[in-house]
Design a protein around this ligand. Structure first.
Ligand code: TDO
Length: 188
């Protein structure tokens, strides 16, 4: 497996080994020992979402109960973004964006303390991810996907389709510092 660093330490692009043959392909999408060697924590919840073209989900984070997320597109294509919102991080407000597709299977590791979102650029997208903590709806926080301070270069084709929660989300600067994860707490 290839492990590629990004502009923010800890945010990783993983390229698992793909075994192609006449039938199709095979790959391991998670293996506890190998992923632990890369520094990933235990993963305790597995999620799957299908979305139509133009859907944008995010930006979401849990605080407390910060979740690291190992994400992968099974079918279709998305633009996926990790935003560092750890209040005392040297990379606070910076983001990493990556295109993920079922055609070129690779994984994106979003560490705890980052807000996460994605925008669907194919007719449909099947999006799978494993999380390092359980879902705690009372701890959910949404940050505006189009927060001008974050200046995320979404590859938009028209207005995105949003949930009510995401349409009403606050800008990062509007969230009190104590409502955001800290660098140390998110590192565990
Ligand atoms: C995230 C989640 C949602 N749900 C339920 C709550 C709700 O009724 C329904 C849909 O939830 P949402 O609208 O929050 O789904 P969605 O907008 O897809 O939320 C997800 O967005 C991406 C960007 C992330 O990073 C995820 O962590 C998660 O926040 O599913 C669970 O039961 N467990 C979960 O872990």
């Amino acid at each position: 497996m290839n492990c590629l660093e990004t502009a923010i330490p800890g945010v990783l692009i993983l390229e698992p080994k793909v075994f192609g043959d006449a039938r199709g392909f095979f790959m391991e999408t998670w293996q506890s020992r190998r992923y632990a060697e890369l520094g990933l924590p235990d993963l305790v919840q597995d999620n799957l979402a299908r979305s139509a073209r133009g859907v944008l989900r995010g930006l979401h984070v849990q605080h407390p109960h910060a979740q690291g997320k190992l994400v992968q597109v099974l079918e279709g294509q998305v633009f996926d973004v990790a935003v560092d919102i750890r209040r005392d991080s040297p990379w606070y407000g910076q983001s990493v964006g990556v295109t993920l597709s079922g055609e070129r299977p690779r994984q994106f590791w979003i560490p705890p303390g980052f807000a996460h979102g994605y925008y669907v650029t194919s007719d449909t997208a099947l999006f799978a991810y494993k999380c390092s903590d359980y879902y705690h709806p009372e701890a959910e926080l949404a940050v505006r996907w189009d927060d001008p301070d974050l200046a995320i270069a979404w590859p938009l084709a028209g207005a995105p389709r949003l949930s009510d929660k995401d349409r009403d989300a606050a800008r990062l600067a509007e969230i009190p510092a104590e409502g955001l994860p800290s660098y140390e707490a998110a590192r565990g």
